[in-house]
Design a protein around this ligand. Structure first.
Ligand SMILES: Nc1ncnc2c1ncn2[C@@H]1O[C@H](COP(=O)(O)OP(=O)(O)O)[C@@H](O)[C@H]1O
Ligand SMILES: [Mg+2]
Length: 313
């Protein structure tokens, strides 16, 4: 990810696809503090993320600008901020501040032959949230040539499962994938609550054909819902997505298709828990993220014990 290089006083251009926003480089957040915008870090489906620092302390953070504002995206972003404010856990990205900045939107229009027609400039409020700064996402981290050791990831898995239990008390995340798990110092933290749905008795209420979740990391029921098979999405879907990420970390591969013990490269005691979390039929998986977390803690305890067992000579 990008480092922290700043040129205060310049306009910043937020670019995502054909949408560009020009904003001032100083943001005044709702907490009354000023944040200076720095280098671009990355862009997701809806947002552009830059490094930033707080003017009076010099502390570094990340700032996420919601640049896609059509189709209830502004409302979803407000909900994301609300959840970030409420959720307090080392394995959930930390909320620092939020606000809006006046931006000039530039939309490039084209004629039928794709030739530029004219640029439309419009002033718009761009909402943003300031977050703790991650050094990478798990997508980049897991791809690095040095394989992540069991001793490193087992503690992170438990922390993430605990964090998911907390999230599921308020919402279904629905977008768990390596890009949305950030590495903050030594800690892996769940981020990007943009696709969250506030749960009503654990049941999702979005439209039947709405795409819910990232293409490669969708649970079978999320995929079936999109195909119009009328499936319901609950905590089991988030459990499936998180277990897929665990498999990816432990094996360096996506768990496509039916998983088998022969393909598992993580600790032996963990396999039955991951296998159950990845079952195709959601009723056969864990009933809740709490049950998944409990099973994981027990399995990791067993793994640690057998690792330290001394074979009698
Ligand atoms: N707090 C952060 N620190 C560092 N990088 C971040 C942070 N938040 C997001 N990013 C980077 O920006 C990308 C897009 O952010 P994300 O919240 O996932 O937006 P979107 O809703 O558009 O997917 C992430 O995949 C990650 O690479
Ligand atoms: Mg994302």
């Amino acid at each position: 990810m990008a480092g922290l290089a700043y040129s205060p006083g310049k306009a910043i251009v937020l670019a995502r696809g054909q949408t560009f926003y020009s904003i001032p480089d100083t943001l005044i957040a709702d907490d009354g503090r000023s944040y200076i915008v720095g280098d671009h870090i990355n862009s997701g489906g809806n947002a552009v993320v830059h490094a930033c620092y707080e003017k009076s302390t010099g502390d570094s953070y990340a700032v996420k600008f919601q640049v896609e504002l059509r189709n209830r995206r502004r409302e979803r972003f407000e909900r994301e901020i609300q959840l970030l404010r409420e959720l307090d856990d080392p394995h959930i990205i930390s909320f620092v501040a939020s606000g809006k900045v006046r931006g000039t939107k530039m939309v490039k229009q084209h004629n039928v032959r794709g030739r530029p027609l004219q640029n439309v400039n419009r002033v718009d409020d761009v909402p943003f949230v300031v977050l703790s700064l991650a050094i990478a996402s798990l997508a980049e981290h897991a791809r690095s040539p040095n394989q992540i050791a069991n001793a490193t990831y087992l503690g992170q898995f438990i922390g993430l499962a605990r964090a998911l239990e907390k999230i599921n008390c308020k919402a279904l995340h629905r977008d768990i994938k390596p890009e949305n798990i950030l590495v903050v110092g030594e800690t892996w933290a769940i981020s990007d609550f943009g696709l969250c749905d506030l749960t009503v008795e654990g049941v999702d209420l979005s439209a039947d054909d709405e795409r819910i979740g990232p293409a490669f990391w969708m649970s079978p029921e999320a995929l079936n819902k999109q195909l119009g098979c009328g499936d319901l999405i609950g905590q089991g879907s988030d459990v499936f997505q998180l277990a897929s990420v665990f498999w990816y970390v432990a094996c360096g591969r996506h768990p496509t298709g039916i998983v088998r013990r022969d393909d598992w490269k993580g600790p032996e005691h963990l396999y039955p828990v991951i296998e159950r979390a990845l079952l195709h039929t959601k009723e056969r998986r864990f009933a809740s993220s709490e049950a998944f977390k409990d099973a994981l803690i027990e399995a990791v305890g067993l793994s640690n014990r057998s690792e330290h067992e001394v074979t009698p000579s």
